[in-house]
Design a binder for this molecule. Structure first.
Ligand SMILES: Cc1cc2nc3c(=O)[nH]c(=O)nc-3n(C[C@H](O)[C@H](O)[C@H](O)COP(=O)(O)O)c2cc1C
Length: 325
């Protein structure tokens, strides 16, 4: 198997689907892969439940061979637990890379001093990274971080250097601080500063919602890869649009936008795969998955009506009837 980092060959800008807990499960990842995402990452999982062999957590990190190159993202504050979880992942699933989360701003995560909580404690962050790197000699270890805890404590350069020293081989940087959460704008100038501060490939992340922005961000910062999160929800074809624009094709705004018919058939196929991967028959009650379909209805004719009526669908047949009414 080629080493994961070989994906960052000169001239190629790999596109990642950002891990998004509650959204980027196996079904959505499959859809994004079909539409041009190069690298997929699992939703984040805590190290301890993996060690305790909690079945549901192992199910959350499952992936298919077609989804490679695939990374599994872990979080935690204890170097020993993180190392043990990584070793188990390497043995059981052999992911292409293991990613460490140093960016999650959720209260229940930072209260344990994990996720972006570690941006306040770089020595512990480095210890965790080193422990994971040492525990999985056959696997590339990567990390994803934010710029700092808040605008008064930016640590992006020091944190990136620490992580590089610890053996992290690829670094994704979300250009926000913990205190920004998901609001405000991602600061791509600071992402560029990280690119210039380290030798390892840096993947830029934050607010990539169209192909033109993606091309501009690569030119401005020299990032080795791009990571797309919310912009891909309901719009997996964004990956193909970005790829074309990076190759200098179809760079006009909106190029590569699918027809309404193509959006509906993608939505239906996604609903079917979701139902199947959750062990549902696919035709029984599908209420639980309706919220996941909303993002597909923006920008299509009749989208407002479809959103309003989605909640009355209970089967895939209802959904089909609603779309093609
Ligand atoms: C609902 C949601 C869940 C997320 N879950 C994770 C996660 O599990 N791991 C992670 O590293 N980042 C997570 N993120 C952050 C995204 O990966 C990404 O860094 C962020 O959304 C900024 O990128 P964007 O502007 O392209 O959305 C999540 C974001 C959202 C909106």
């Amino acid at each position: 198997m080629p080493r994961f980092e070989e994906i960052f060959q000169a001239g190629k800008i790999p596109l990642y689907l950002a891990p998004m807990s509650g959204f980027t499960d196996i079904a959505f990842r499959e859809l994004c892969k079909e539409h041009g995402a190069d690298v997929l990452v699992s939703e984040f999982v805590q190290s301890e439940p993996l060690i305790r062999d909690r079945e549901r957590t192992w199910r959350d990190v499952d992936f298919t061979p077609e989804q490679r190159p695939m990374g599994i993202q872990i979080f935690g504050a204890n170097p020993d637990s993180m190392a043990r979880a990584a070793a188990l992942l390497e043995t059981r699933l052999k992911p292409d890379f293991i990613d460490i989360n140093f960016g999650c701003p959720a209260r229940k995560v930072v209260e344990q001093n994990a996720g972006s909580g570690l941006l306040r404690d770089l020595p512990l962050m480095e210890k965790i990274a080193r422990a994971v790197v040492d525990a999985v000699p056959a696997t590339c270890v990567t990390a994803k971080m934010r710029l700092g805890w808040d605008s008064h404590s930016l640590v992006h350069i020091d944190a990136a250097k620490c992580l590089e020293d610890a053996g992290i081989r690829v670094l994704a940087v979300h250009g926000r601080t913990k205190s920004q959460g998901y609001s405000g704008e991602a600061d791509w100038e600071k992402i560029g500063e990280v690119v210039r501060a380290v030798q390892i490939p840096v993947v830029g992340n934050g607010d990539i919602r169209d192909a033109e922005t993606a091309v501009r961000r690569v030119r401005e910062t020299g990032v080795a890869g791009l990571m797309v999160g919310r912009g891909a929800l309901g719009k997996p074809w964004l990956f193909a649009q970005i790829k074309n624009a990076l190759r200098g094709k179809d760079a006009e705004p909106g190029a590569g936008t699918p027809t309404t018919e193509a959006v509906f058939s993608t939505l239906l196929r996604y609903a079917e795969t979701l139902a199947k991967t959750r062990g549902d028959t696919g035709t029984e009650n599908i209420r639980w998955l309706l919220a996941r379909l909303h993002p597909f209805t923006y920008g299509v004719p009749g989208g407002k009506r479809i959103r309003a009526e989605l909640s009355s669908c209970t089967t895939l047949a209802d959904l089909h009837a609603l779309l093609y009414a």
